[in-house]
Design a protein around this ligand. Structure first.
Ligand SMILES: [Zn+2]
Ligand SMILES: [Zn+2]
Length: 487
């Protein structure tokens, strides 16, 4: 007997936490942060207290009640609140591992809370991205996975017990793990390194798509995954459905491919005599490449942040086809830090020193240099770094291309309002919105299911699972958080 229990991530987009029990083994398929549920309780200035370990999140229902999965240090803290049901960490781990589909926090984030002896299986690219993210940001209770601070954070950070870590194992192709045959297949998504999994036990074969699409630069990967999934004759297909919109929006939105993003952006860039600013999610290396190509095409220097440079270097190191730091068309934006005078001492953070040591300092450009030569630059400038506009003060005729998804929560709408205020103030309004989704469109999702032809279809990562029912009838099993499918 096997089963699949859906702890979180059904009927909503993200926060996926699925437990698969097969051939007497147990695995999580992702263990993500549920942004929507989190947003019901927390905001920018109201956050889970790291001093309380997992307490705030557990009592709010953001972490499931499962004995034998949480970190010992966190259990010690929460046991002081009288919580016994989670164990004390001395029992053997409840699961054999986590299959992590990709690096987005709505799939990976809450692995941070799992026991250190629960192995993570994911792609080499995902591991490398996780490391780059953690290297370039402050340790975070909710998302620091490879290296985290043990709670309560007492003593010196030089103490070997101050930090803990999770073991991430590379999985690629077919692998036997504790008697289960798992095939990890690369898929196309808005971050590199995304994978779908085909899991074969004695009883059944289960396929999990993670997040995927068929209209990006790596479309062929998704096609290959579909072929392999089909050949496995799966009993159950757990599939995402982000772009199913139900009757909420009747207007058929035009669906753009990555290629279309490039074409539409080119219309805005060519013949422009002032500055081009672009904004896209920093983990989306494919979008980075789209704009890099456009910068070259238009004879503009592509100016990237030091953080982008750090990521690009990490991706290059594991063989991704990204430009090297010495590429003649890549320049690096030097923003004011600390003293505000561009003094060497201002750039002493370890990761900044590390990346600055690898690049040609002659290619560092400041706001003033960009301002003086607007028509020769394309600069990556993200919303959360908009203060740079006060240094650059772009001239009328410059453009800001927003290449990310539209606001769909109230909080994001407020951000958008604020973004527009900045843009109006600095001659950049209205923004140009050009984007291709990280997720397959409805027709593609239906084609994927038809082609794989599973006996049972289980939609997750969607607000509209009923659309699968309309298409595939009683082969679809709609599940809610807390539900279990037995097989
Ligand atoms: Zn997702
Ligand atoms: Zn994703």
């Amino acid at each position: 007997m096997g089963k699949i229990k859906f702890f979180d991530g059904t009927g909503t987009i993200g926060g996926t936490k699925i437990l698969l029990e097969i051939s007497d083994r147990r695995f999580f398929l992702d263990f993500g942060l549920n942004y929507k549920k989190r947003g019901m309780f927390f905001e920018e200035y109201l956050n889970p207290r790291s001093s309380n370990g997992m307490g705030d999140l557990y009592f709010l229902g953001l972490l499931p009640s499962i004995k034998g999965i949480y970190r010992k240090d966190l259990l010690q803290l929460i046991r002081r609140e009288g919580v016994d049901e989670l164990g004390d960490g001395s029992e053997s781990p409840f699961v054999d591992g986590v299959f992590l589909s990709h690096v987005h926090f709505d799939h990976s984030g809450y692995i941070a809370f799992l026991r250190e002896d629960i192995p993570i299986y994911t792609s080499d690219i995902t591991i490398s991205l996780m490391k780059a993210i953690e290297d370039t940001s402050n340790s975070n209770l909710e998302t620091s996975i490879l290296k985290f601070i043990r709670r309560p954070a007492t003593g010196s950070s030089k103490d070997p017990l101050y930090y803990g870590s999770h073991k991430a194992n590379v999985i690629a192709g077919e692998k036997k793990i504790n008697g289960i045959t798992v095939t990890a297949c690369p898929v196309d998504h808005s971050v590199p390194g995304a994978m779908g999994f085909i899991i074969k036990g004695e009883e059944k074969t289960i396929v999990y798509t993670g997040d995927l699409r068929l209209h990006g630069k790596k479309r062929a990967d998704t096609e290959q995954f579909i072929r392999q999934a089909k050949e496995s004759h799966p009993d159950i297909l757990i599939i995402e459905g982000t772009n199913l919109r139900g009757n909420d929006s009747n207007e058929e939105r035009e669906f753009w491919t990555e290629q279309r993003v490039s074409e539409e952006a080119q219309k805005e860039i060519h013949n422009r005599e002032r500055l081009v600013l672009v904004d896209f999610p920093f983990k989306d290396i494919y979008r980075f490449l789209t704009f890099f190509e456009l910068a070259k095409l238009n004879g503009r220097k592509f100016v990237i942040s030091l953080k982008d440079a750090y990521f690009m270097h990490a991706m290059k190191n594991i063989g991704m086809p990204v430009p090297s730091l010495s590429d003649p068309d890549i320049y690096f934006y030097l923003e004011k830090r600390k003293s505000g005078t561009y003094s060497d001492k201002d750039y002493s953070a370890r990761w900044i020193k590390d990346i600055m040591g690898k690049l040609d300092s002659g290619k560092l450009v400041t706001a003033k240099e960009i301002k003086a030569d607007e028509n020769n630059f394309m600069l990556i400038l993200r919303y959360f770094n908009f203060q740079q506009l006060a240094d650059i003060r772009p001239t009328n005729g410059s453009v800001y291309i927003h290449s990310a998804s539209e606001a769909h929560t109230e909080e994001q709408e407020i951000d958008e309002w604020r973004m527009n205020n900045w843009l109006k103030h600095f001659n950049l309004y209205p923004r140009v919105h050009i984007h291709a989704s990280g997720h397959a469109k409805k027709d593609d999702l239906f084609d994927i299911v038809s082609e794989i032809n599973p006996k049972m279809i289980v939609p997750v990562h969607t607000e509209h699972p009923e659309e699968y029912v309309e298409q595939f009838g009683n082969k679809v099993k709609i599940v809610q958080n807390g539900d279990t499918i037995k097989f």
